[in-house]
Design a protein around this ligand. Structure first.
Ligand code: SF4
Length: 445
């Protein structure tokens, strides 16, 4: 405390935009900065410098990133930019010439170096500012676990590989020790993320590494099995339906990892998938889903779909709708195709789908999925399940929790009326008494 009273403590403000992967980058940066004696400032006024972690995936995200940089410049004036949009340093400097430095995605050292330059650290090694599990921007009871960077796929609508490069997997022991530290620190749910979780370890030839003296392979199944032993909920995001994913389904049936797979299908019509250059583009996906459900009937699949991709015909769209009706996946978001500058899809020479057609398809896609989700979630009424409490809403006198079928931020909730004595991170057994459009209502058993 003496140090905090006697010296000016360098304060860094942070604006974190984009996806969970960007959030993990922000967490790593602040963990490093806190270890070096910086403190994080919640507002612009107090900060000596503001870091803006940007997203550059879609043009709309770039516009949002530029606006956030503009706001930080106007409110504070000393701004460092990092993240996916950092690869477009020229665009940033043209729009905001006063920016102190621009670094790209997962360039932790470069961004920390830029902070040192703008604001030298006041390091006191006697002060242990950082807990061993690092600092997290998510509520304490769940944490994102990033297992790799980059992607070996080349989906034609996506510029992530050109921003983040090819797949680089972390050694499995490093992933598992991080997961273990998080669980010891009170984390109840681990959300496994990457660009392509099912491809984990391909780049390092599934190299083994030692976890508590045991050799573990850097492979999707082996990692999932080990994570399943840690005692927390384990949720898998960004998985593609490759044949080897089948091996993981029994772990879900045994309750080792959550019966949940986030698979961004994006479309179903073969020629659209081909133009999109999607990985695991196989005709047998419906059979695969049926086989998974036979092993683990409780599995929830969450996905995203893009409508209005260049060249998508009425027949392609009808194919998608029919596929959705057959696949009956639990949760899905639907997006209208947006051409990203630099994406290969723009060079395919395929006709653009007019905006009004995109809009109409989007509405039909959303409507079809809403109906499917509503029917599935209606069938959960009467079930007894474990839920994880996220927050207590004192005003409405209820606890807001999630089921194994709901990921934070993107899926629904389980509301528990009257349960204000619970706290975030509590796991309780409930009976589902009602299903709403996206959410469930439960009562404690
Ligand atoms: S899998 Fe496709 S959409 Fe996802 S990051 Fe890789 S290239 Fe982009």
């Amino acid at each position: 405390m003496d140090r905090l009273m006697n010296k000016h403590v360098p304060k860094v403000g942070l604006v974190s935009l984009g996806c969970p992967k960007a959030l993990v980058d922000s967490e790593r940066i602040i963990t490093q900065l806190r270890a070096e004696g910086y403190v994080m400032s919640p507002g612009y006024e107090d900060a000596d410098v503001v870091l803006v972690n940007t997203c550059g995936f879609l043009d709309s995200a770039k516009a949002e990133s530029l606006a956030a940089i503009g706001e930080a410049m106007a409110e504070n004036g000393r701004v460092i930019v990092t993240g996916c949009m950092g690869v477009e340093a020229d665009t940033i400097m043209k729009a905001h010439p006063g920016v102190l430095a621009v670094t790209g995605p997962h360039q932790y050292e470069a961004v920390v170096g830029a902070v040192h330059k703008a604001l030298p650290p006041v390091h006191d090694p006697k002060m242990d500012l950082v807990p061993p599990q690092g600092l997290h921007l998510t509520p304490k009871h769940y944490a994102y676990l990033k297992i790799s960077e980059g992607c070996n796929n080349r989906c034609s609508f996506c510029i992530i590989p050109s921003i983040r490069g090819d797949l680089v997997s972390r050694p499995v022991a490093s992933v598992l020790y991080e997961a273990e530290r998080l669980v010891k620190a009170g984390v109840k749910e681990l959300l496994v993320i990457s660009q392509d979780t099912s491809a984990y370890g391909v780049d390092i030839k599934y190299a083994t590494s030692k976890f508590h003296g045991r050799e573990v392979r850097a492979k999707f199944y082996d990692m999932a099995k080990e994570l399943g032993e840690l005692g927390a909920w384990v949720r898998m995001h960004y998985v593609y339906p490759y044949p080897h994913v089948d091996e993981v389904i029994p772990l879900m049936a045994e309750g080792k990892i959550l019966p949940y797979l986030d698979i961004p299908f994006q479309h179903a019509a073969p020629n659209v998938l081909k133009a999109m250059k999607r990985p695991a583009n196989q005709e047998k996906v419906l059979d695969r889903l049926a086989a998974w459900r036979a092993i683990c009937p409780d599995i929830a699949i969450r996905s995203t779909f893009i409508v209005g991709f260049p060249g998508e015909t009425d027949a392609d769209f009808e194919y998608l709708l029919q596929w959705m009706k057959e696949a009956r996946i639990e949760r899905a978001g639907c997006f209208k195709y947006e051409p990203v500058s630099g994406a290969k899809a723009n060079e395919l020479g395929l006709p653009q789908v007019p905006d009004e057609v995109k809009q109409e398809r989007w509405e039909r896609c959303m409507e079809a999925q809403q109906q499917i989700s509503a029917e599935i979630f209606q069938s959960k009424v009467g079930r007894e399940i474990d839920v994880l409490v996220d927050e207590i809403d004192e005003e409405n006198e209820e606890a807001i929790a999630r089921s194994p079928w709901d990921a934070p931020e993107i899926d629904g909730n389980v509301f528990l009326p009257g349960e204000t004595d619970l706290k975030p991170g509590d796991k309780v057994r409930v009976r589902i008494v009602e299903a709403e459009e996206y959410d469930l209502v439960g009562e404690r058993i």
